[in-house]
Design a protein around this ligand. Structure first.
Ligand code: SF4
Ligand code: SF4
Length: 632
């Protein structure tokens, strides 16, 4: 047997690690997009149909449901129905219209859509899109934009705000003068929606009331017919009607799980989050008959219902749940990093990846198969993720996503069919669960968190107020560090990067760093060994150049032969000052050269083992977000 010296072994390991990372990126770019699943509606039964061929004997008339991509319809729970009815009443002040468009005793679907400043959903009733419900970020309430069959119903039954105009077309973005309104019921308040029809009734549209009584046309289309009559229906009926389709999907998923287990021959660990998707993934693994473990990562920001749900899971499946706990790391790290943002997600590393890697690496040192509830329909990005991939974080581990092609509706129908113990937090009106305060949340969700879990919301708000103005906190502007997208951009004009705890200026081979925290000198000297031989206090002789770190004014000046090395040194400087205790650097080090010597930012580097790969900085949220991606 050939015995390799330690350093060679480390380089081989590093090569394998980098290759799997590159393979992952290539798969991400080339993976085929998940094809949208067509959805139908059975008119007689008033139920959605997932595969029309399978239920042809039970239903005579179907309509195809047209959904906006990435189509991921989900059931409207009773809290959603009340929110949506409230949205109609807020917009039109007409209870009868809310009753007509959003029935309480029928199956209603919601489908998330882009194009609004905050959360917005297409609302499907009796297989028809009656309108969009959307959260108004200024008025902080749900509103409703009627469309298609919703508009036709309003016009025919003279409900809500409507107008018939003396025109034969309704060009979009056109302002209709009040003189051209033949009849109608108009709002008093500006910007309310109005259902529109041309005088021959051939074209319908939706407009907003503007100054001077003008109607600004937002969208128009060839007139649809009003909502057909319905009948009471439930999601249990939907599940029963689509049983064959759901069971077929489940059998394929179980087969997939068995194939992955057979191929990789490693222990199976279901990553359970308390959400619906991981619940179904867990049930499918249990159905496979294979031995498995359940892992739950307690971020410290879970809704209380998740802990209760975890008990139900233990009871139902009779499994030991391995728990990784972040404790109060989020709150401690926030003092150093500042609040997380969509483009500054240090928290995912600190409270998710850190504890997960630590616990599972110790329990399964040879790697494992992580079964996750990831679904392609959740977003365009997830649609491109492969169904099986190498774990980026634990060498030798594999991530398997048996639900990659499932829609939220299919997941829910499986839950109904098998009466799985789903998390009751969904019944509050949340559409996805996870950390209760998350920068990925929409304002609608944050306002729901505020009402549902006031204690944790208040704690977050207090922490946010240290760095943001009242207005920025109120408008949720802390959720972005860089460019604020869409309509939200109008609400902010602020200095970028000023709130980050590290300010960086790159000037050729020199980098200037200002930090809110002080480095730990011993740790800094150790970390600098990654760049070469430490000669003076903070002077390193590297392979290509000499790197020098010196205090200048209130900050640091770092010089090196080239900008990249200076930036690497800045990463090490920041790591010695700001650390979220996630230990990803230690887990990611391929040679075991890096050791933690104490809590906080205390580390030692063994220069005999360190190969200078800087994978530890690549894994570190402080180095990544405060140095490499800090555009300030
Ligand atoms: S300490 Fe950092 S630079 Fe050194 S071998 Fe480990 S990961 Fe690479
Ligand atoms: S230095 Fe290590 S423990 Fe600290 S934040 Fe970076 S990766 Fe996490």
């Amino acid at each position: 047997m050939v015995v390799f010296p330690e350093r060679i072994k480390a380089r081989i390991f590093l090569f394998i690690k980098l290759s799997s990372y590159i393979e992952y990126i290539i798969k991400l770019i080339t993976a085929a997009r998940v094809e949208p699943v067509p959805l139908y509606w059975c008119t007689e039964l008033n139920l959605p149909v997932l595969d029309a061929r399978k239920i042809a004997s039970k239903c005579d008339v179907f309509t195809e449901v047209k959904l906006t991509q990435p189509a991921d319809p989900r059931p409207a729970f009773s809290a959603d129905i009340e929110i949506t009815r409230g949205a109609v009443i807020n917009e039109f002040g007409d209870v009868k219209l809310a009753e007509r468009l959003i029935p309480r005793d029928e199956v209603v679907l919601l489908n998330k859509i882009p194009g609004y400043a905050d959360q917005a959903d297409e609302v499907v009733v009796r297989g028809r899109t009656v309108g969009h419900r959307f959260y108004d970020v200024v008025k902080r309430r749900w509103r409703f934009r009627p469309l298609y069959e919703g508009v036709a119903t309003m016009l025919q039954e003279r409900l809500g705000f409507w107008a018939v105009v003396d025109m034969s077309e309704l060009p979009e973005r056109y302002d209709i003068h009040p003189d051209r309104i033949l009849e109608g019921e108009l709002p008093r308040e500006k910007f309310r929606h109005v259902a529109l029809a041309t005088k021959d009734g051939r074209i319908h549209g939706v407009a907003k009331l503007f100054r001077g009584g003008r109607l600004h046309v937002i969208k128009s289309w060839r007139a649809k017919t009003p909502l057909p009559p319905g009948r009471p229906s439930t999601f249990s009926e939907v599940a029963e009607l689509n049983r064959e389709h759901i069971e077929e999907l489940a059998s394929e998923a179980v087969k997939f799980i068995r194939e992955v287990a057979e191929k990789y021959k490693k222990p199976i660990v279901v990553s359970y989050s308390g959400g619906k998707d991981s619940l179904v993934a867990l049930d499918l693994v249990a159905r496979s008959g294979l031995e498995f473990y359940v892992y739950f990562n307690d971020t410290g920001l879970e809704p209380p219902e998740t802990y209760k749900n975890l008990e139900a899971i233990r009871e139902k499946y009779g499994v030991e749940v391995i728990v990784g706990a972040a404790g109060d790391r989020f709150w401690r790290a926030m003092k150093l990093f500042g609040p997380p943002a969509r483009d500054y997600r240090w928290c995912c590393k600190v409270i998710k990846l850190g504890p997960t890697t630590e616990v599972l690496k110790a329990k399964f040192p040879q790697g494992y198969i992580s079964v996750v509830g990831q679904r392609g329909a959740e977003s365009f990005l997830r649609a491109r993720l492969p169904k099986v991939s190498q774990s980026k974080w634990v060498a030798g581990s594999v991530v398997a996503a048996p639900l990659q092609e499932w829609t939220a509706l299919e997941v829910w129908l499986y839950i109904y069919l098998h009466k799985l113990p789903y998390n009751p937090a969904y019944e509050r009106g949340f559409d996805r669960l996870g950390c209760v305060v998350c920068p990925a949340n929409e304002l609608a969700e944050l306002d729901l968190v505020k009402r549902s879990y006031p204690d944790v919301y208040e704690k977050m708000e207090t922490a946010l107020r240290y760095r943001f103005s009242e207005k920025e906190v109120e408008m949720g502007l802390w959720r972005w560090r860089g460019r604020i997208p869409g309509d939200m951009a109008r609400w902010v004009k602020r200095e970028k990067g000023a709130e980050l705890p590290v300010r960086l200026r790159v000037d050729g081979g020199e980098v200037r760093v200002e930090m809110d925290a002080e480095p730990d000198p011993a740790t800094l000297r150790h970390l600098l060994k990654m760049l070469g031989t430490v000669e003076g206090e903070y002077v390193v002789r590297g392979k290509r150049s000499v790197v020098k770190l010196e205090r200048r004014g209130s900050g640091w000046a770092i010089s090196a032969g080239d900008g990249k090395t200076a930036l690497d040194a800045a990463g090490l400087l920041v790591r010695s000052a700001i650390c979220g205790d996630c230990d990803l650097c230690v887990h990611w080090c391929p040679t075991g050269a890096l050791k933690r010597t104490g809590p906080g930012r205390r580390f030692e580097v063994d220069e005999n083992k360190c190969i200078g790969c800087l994978l530890c900085s690549a894994a570190c949220p402080a180095a990544q977000y405060l140095v490499y991606r800090n555009e300030g």
